[in-house]
Design a protein around this ligand. Structure first.
Ligand SMILES: Nc1ncnc2c1ncn2[C@@H]1O[C@H](COP(=O)(O)OP(=O)(O)OP(=O)(O)O)[C@@H](O)[C@H]1O
Ligand SMILES: [Mg+2]
Length: 324
């Protein structure tokens, strides 16, 4: 049994300008200890999908329209508030995209680290403080005893991200959702933080969902990758195979638009056009208007994810038909 199984999940926002279909029929599974990378351009639904699992969607305007998200036998979308509280922030933790919105600027780091322990495990104050110091040491923050009494603004960006990781891991979760854990940081620090997370993950046998718009971050860090576009998964597969031979033109375009050290910056292809308006119904493949390989069939039968080889799925109807 997978640790997490998401099936046909839809999260829509009912706004004055229309219904935003932010997540529109996503399914995936994640095994114990496995790392799944989620990639896609800004606005494709990566965060909303995972906020939904943790019950963090503002409602209204947000609403879960359909789907199941079964974590170790419990449907997170159907269980009661008490059951969800026992899972969220304890068995499943999240590192948020922006550390400064997740950290309380007026509360000492130590108190913020101790809170989930006091809340979920009911440990004594002294024990919680000891474990908080240990958690800071584990993410490479030395002098932890002193650091516990500091406020978030007294830490650098990279250090704050380490604090966020410590906070997410302090309850020994079975699943970590890391939402763009390194976007705010410069490239050398990014690599350190990813290495740190991977090391901690290995030590604990924890499963992870690593969300990013940067394919470079995913390479090497993930077992499998799911590529999202306009609220749906358009391609998924083992990381190495997907990078080596993408099976969807959108994945190809993402790979081509990725800066690398041996590419001249001015020769970078950026993906022409913009993602679709999510308030308008989409016929067929959502990527077709931007796709160099689109044909008439894409507007009618495209956009349905299907397996085309062992562990390889694509929503490109032309790849499915063997035309590409
Ligand atoms: N409260 C809300 N009301 C209306 N629309 C929303 C709301 N929150 C998110 N959305 C929309 O849902 C879509 C998906 O947003 P989401 O934050 O999941 O994107 P993302 O893939 O995480 O992007 P990024 O890479 O920029 O973090 C976007 O079009 C966004 O505008
Ligand atoms: Mg996001």
């Amino acid at each position: 049994m997978p640790l997490l199984e998401i099936e046909d999940l839809r999260t829509w926002f009912h706004t004055r300008d229309g219904v935003v279909r932010a997540v529109d029929g996503v399914s995936y599974t994640l095994d114990k200890g496995e790392t799944l990378g989620i990639v896609g351009e800004s606005g494709c639904g990566k965060s909303v999908l995972h906020y939904t699992l943790l019950g963090l969607i503002p409602s209204p305007p947000g609403r879960v329209e359909s789907g199941r998200a079964v974590f170790d036998g419990t449907d997170l979308l159907a269980c009661n508030a008490t059951a969800l509280r026992g899972i969220r922030g304890k068995r499943i933790s999240m590192i948020f995209q922006d550390p400064m919105t997740a950290l309380n600027p007026y509360m000492k780091i130590g108190k913020q680290l101790m809170e989930p322990l006091r809340l979920h495990d009911g440990v004594s104050k002294a024990e919680a403080r000891r474990r908080a110091a240990e958690a800071l040491e584990a993410v490479g923050i030395h002098d932890a005893g002193k650091r516990l009494d500091m406020f978030p603004h007294e830490f650098s960006g990279g250090m704050r991200q380490r604090v966020m990781i410590a906070m997410a891991l302090i309850t020994n979760p079975e699943l970590l959702i890391a939402d763009e854990p390194t976007t705010a940081l410069d490239v050398t620090v990014q690599a350190q933080i990813i290495d740190l997370i991977k090391g901690l993950q290995r030590d604990r046998g924890m499963a992870m969902v690593l969300i990013t718009h940067d394919l470079g971050v995913i390479a090497g860090a993930c077992d499998r990758v799911a590529v999202m576009y306009a609220g749906r998964i358009v391609e998924s597969g083992p990381a190495a195979a997907l990078f080596h031979a993408p099976r969807h033109p959108y994945t190809e375009a993402l790979l081509a638009s990725r800066p690398s050290l041996d590419t001249e910056a001015d020769r970078l292809e950026s993906i022409p056009g913009l993602p679709p308006d999510l308030t308008k119904p989409i016929a067929g493949c959502a990527f077709a208007p931007r796709c160099a390989h689109a044909a008439a069939i894409c507007g009618t039968e495209g956009g349905v994810l299907a397996e085309v080889a062992a562990e390889r799925a694509t929503a490109c109807v032309r790849v499915q038909r063997g035309e590409r």
